[in-house]
Design a protein around this ligand. Sequence first.
Ligand code: ZN
Length: 77
Amino acid sequence: MDIKICCICHHAVEDNEGSKLTVKGCTGINDASMKRQDNVYAVPGNCFHIACRKTYTNANVIARDTKKKTLVQTPDL
Ligand SMILES: [Zn+2]
């Protein structure tokens, strides 16, 4: 039995919390990765956490995360 690793967070995926990527699923993740200027690269057959993909590909979360990255030097007072 091999350990399945989430292609987004790189942690182990349990059978009940993840799934395998289809070609279409990869497109969504790689598109989000590009928008985030991230180095995540998904290929069909990769495993992922359903929760990770939901967050990772969510347009609102992407906007929030990319904004956070550019404002990293701002002190939060
Ligand atoms: Zn994950």
